[in-house]
Ligand binder design. Structure first.
Ligand code: MUC
Ligand code: MG
Length: 411
């Protein structure tokens, strides 16, 4: 690339001297779309009820909101969210904030926010792993660029092939009767007809009885699936998968540890219900290896675990080529992370298992001025520039953990 030529937000190629807004800060020539500041904000939002997973029971969800401000006045917003501190993955909200502030920000400040590809490669060269933090940053870059050029993120990602996504609901109150009542209510509201049951925390026979009772109550009115979150060993899983599959359960998510990949291959070969990989995928390369080995028939696609919406779509391409089914997964993000996932998932041709982008519905509060629209069992995905959201500043100020703003600025 000619170093004297730059692309500004309009996509127009200009010569350095002709840009009036160019600034010369400490001898560094700045481009108008340069990143001027990055702010990371930890927010705690209560859940509507306890949400019981195999490794953690959530009473609240903690989000890391990223605000990336550019020299042309455009702001990109992203979210990096995990479940249960360090209970789910190797990044926590605190590590995400610290790592973005201390290690990502110096690599990003002063750089051209309009070139998402170049900036993500720049991060990739210096920062290993940290896919949750990378996902939030990439989301903010895409949001900024979409706002700048007047296009939804889905269009920056190649173009949408649908405007809405089927959305599952997770039944995880820990009580069979409460779960059945919750599912009936969701069916009546026409909000969800796919239910994922979180199991693995209890003794296996109790879990199986719980799942079968729910499936019996809902019958053909709903698809019932389970997520074991790695809790079983292979011997238990072999027996349990047979029982679940023959009792009408449609999908079995991550029954055993991500470390037992050979076990996943064996289970996938014998289970009457398809096996879905979730924790097994911590990067695009994991997806490739799982597909090559036949370790899962379905992939849970998560932007946070791949390192951003674009990386998740690379995993999707591997799945499609290998004949593996796709499911649009969540880390129970709030509305911002949910929209980032949704903007990527609407570009997918095949999403046979739908999505579980219900995160905002599990929270009592929202950070957006306009909540997301869930209607007729689907999430409607906005077609307005960027992610298609507007931040509720009052709500953010109220729920932020630190109560004060601490952006990292260009020196
Ligand atoms: C997971 O393991 O899939 C997604 C939905 C839910 O209830 O938990 C998450 C995480
Ligand atoms: Mg899962």
């Amino acid at each position: 690339m000619d170093p004297d030529q730059f692309y500004i937000g309009t996509g127009k190629k200009v010569v350095r001297e002709s840009i009036p807004d160019f600034k010369n800060l400490m001898g560094i020539v700045m481009i108008v779309t340069a990143i001027e500041s990055i702010e990371t904000v930890i927010v705690d939002l209560p859940t509507i009820r306890p949400h019981k997973l195999a490794m953690h029971t959530m009473q609240k969800q903690t989000l890391v909101i990223i605000r990336l401000r550019c020299a042309d006045g455009v702001e990109g917003i992203g979210e990096s969210t995990t479940i249960g501190g360090l209970a789910y993955g190797s990044e926590s909200p605190d590590s995400i904030k610290t790592n973005i502030d201390k290690h990502f920000a110096p690599l990003l400040l002063g750089q051209n926010s309009a070139n998402v590809n170049a900036l993500m490669l720049r991060l990739e060269r210096s920062i290993r792993g940290n896919t949750f933090a990378k996902s939030g940053i990439e989301t903010a870059l895409l949001d900024a660029q979409g706002k700048r050029v007047g296009l939804p993120v889905s269009e920056l990602l190649g173009g949408r092939v649908r405007d809405a996504l089927p959305v599952a609901w997770t039944l995880a109150s820990g009580d069979t009767d409460k779960d059945i009542a919750e599912a009936e209510n969701m069916l009546d509201l026409r909000r969800h007809r796919i239910f994922k049951l979180k199991i693995g925390a209890d003794e296996v026979n109790r879990d199986l009885a719980h799942v079968i009772a729910i499936k019996k109550a809902l019958g053909d009115r709903a698809s019932v699936r389970v997520d074991v979150n790695q809790a079983w060993d292979e011997a238990v899983a072999l027996r349990a998968c047979r029982i679940l599959g023959t009792n009408g359960i449609d999908l079995i998510e991550q029954p055993i540890s991500r470390n037992n990949r050979a076990g996943m291959v064996r289970l996938n070969a014998m289970s009457p219900a398809p096996i879905m990989a979730d924790e097994s995928i911590e990067c695009v390369e994991d997806a490739f290896n799982l597909a090559r080995e036949g370790a899962a028939s379905v992939f849970a696609l998560k932007i946070a675990k791949n390192g951003g919406p674009r990386a998740a779509l690379r995993t999707a391409a591997i799945a499609e080529a290998a004949g593996v089914g796709l499911y649009g997964g969540t880390m129970l993000e709030g509305s911002i992370g949910t929209l980032a996932s949704a903007q990527a998932f609407v570009t997918l041709n095949k999403l046979a298992w739908g999505s579980e982008l219900f995160g905002p519905l599990l929270l009592t509060e929202d950070l957006l001025c306009e909540p997301l629209i869930y209607r007729d069992f689907e999430l409607q995905v906005p077609n307005t520039p960027g992610l298609g959201l507007s931040l509720d500043e009052e709500s953010l100020a109220f729920f932020r953990r630190d109560k004060t703003s601490t952006s990292i600025h260009l020196a």
